[in-house]
Design a protein around this ligand. Structure first.
Ligand code: 1CP
Length: 342
């Protein structure tokens, strides 16, 4: 049994006294207690050790108090399970050995034994639920096919993922093969996470906004739709960052329980585009957490007033930044908890 059901109620479209709140990337980066663990263990050791996953996932629950926990892991565990060697370089981010450069390499990718290799995540989920002890629901997640393809071809983070885009335009069939295999793995992976005990899953298409509306229809939409249809047993939340133009499609042509939006979209536009019926999640500008605390409080109240308290999950428009003071993160969460409609 879960004690705090606000997040699950909002996903189910049920009325709540106040909206739930959690923050993307709440488990890492800015928390001093996390930075201590970062010094002791390398990144993928943190992801692969169930006790560390449980400990890190619970840090923000104990220190900040959001209404849901997100499993500590990374989207790049999938390319790793498909055989790529990845190093998380401090100050640089993920770097992949042998990124895909040819059509033949992309066509040779199969899902092989990826799910077996990812079993450590399921162990992490079980250990985390034991430690959470039903206080809040646990969110599982995966990268979306397009965003994972970006890293597998580019080999590292990038402002424009120009090599990944060029590859897709030059070899559309090979790109489609890779995206379809990734979708297969993601579906198996999210279903396994649900079986292991997560209460909802979120699909991060962090680089969707690099595509225009037509290319979004080619490279993102069919796979996101299939994922929402074939992942069973828990609500699926889609976050296609930057793809404001696709809000209506995501809300109405997929089986997503909620759509997460970034801060470039106004609450009024997002409500209108999703015909006022979808559950929306977002969209405070993460940099805005650098504002003085009274400003954060006022802006959060106004944001909830504009979205409405129901069918709404308060969140940031993207991951929390490493330089956010812990008090400011706490002020954001507390402002939601003390929300009153007056
Ligand atoms: O050692 C460290 O702490 C490195 C920083 C870090 C952390 C804390 C990385 C490297 N990943 C993570 C954890 C992580 N990643 C979580 C777990 C929960 C949490 O922190 O609360 C989640 C949900 C992610 C998801 C993720 N990883 C995304 C999607 C969300 C988003 O922010 O868009 C993406 C794009 C990644 C890739 C990634 N992992 C790490 C970095 C620095 C990056 C981005 C690199 C780039 O900019 O391209």
């Amino acid at each position: 049994m879960i004690e705090n059901t606000l997040y699950l109620k909002a996903l189910a479209g049920q009325s709540v006294p106040r909206p739930p709140v959690w923050m993307m990337r709440q488990a890492g980066r800015y928390l001093p207690s996390y930075l201590e663990l970062q010094k002791k263990y390398d990144f993928f050791t943190r992801c692969e050790t169930p006790e560390l996953v449980a400990e890190i996932t619970c840090l923000p629950i104990d220190e900040i108090g959001p209404d849901a926990a997100i499993l500590f892991s990374d989207i790049l565990v999938i390319p790793r399970a498909l055989g790529w060697h990845i190093e998380m370089k401090p100050g640089v981010g993920p770097v992949l050995d042998n990124p895909i450069t040819s059509k033949e390499q992309a066509l040779a990718v199969t899902k092989a034994d990826a799910l077996e290799k990812l079993q450590y995540v399921m162990q992490g989920i079980r250990a985390t639920n034991e430690r959470l002890n039903g206080r809040v629901p646990l969110i599982g997640f995966s990268g979306a096919p397009w965003t994972l393809l970006c890293y597998m071809i580019e080999g590292r983070g990038s402002k424009d993922f120009a090599a990944a885009k060029a590859f897709c335009y030059e070899h559309p069939e090979a790109a489609d093969h890779l995206l379809s295999v990734l979708a297969d793995v993601i579906i198996d992976y999210l279903n396994a996470q649900i079986e292991a005990g997560v209460h909802a899953v979120q699909v991060f298409d962090s680089w969707a906004g690099l595509l225009g509306p037509d290319d979004f229809n080619l490279f993102c939409m069919p796979h996101l739709k299939r994922i929402t249809e074939e992942v069973k047993g828990a609500p699926v939340v889609l976050f296609a960052k930057g793809a404001w133009y696709a809000l209506e499609r995501l809300a109405w042509r997929t089986s997503a329980a909620a759509i997460s939006i970034d801060w470039t979209v106004s609450p009024e536009y997002a409500r209108k585009a999703t015909r006022r019926e979808a559950t929306l999640q977002g969209n405070y500008d993460p940099s805005r957490l650098l504002s003085p605390v009274p400003v954060i409080r006022n802006q959060v109240k106004r944001m909830i007033d504009r979205f409405g308290k129901d069918r709404y999950i308060v969140n940031l428009g993207h991951g929390i930044l490493p330089n956010i003071p812990v008090d400011h993160a706490r002020a954001f969460v507390d402002a939601v908890k003390s929300y009153e409609t007056s």
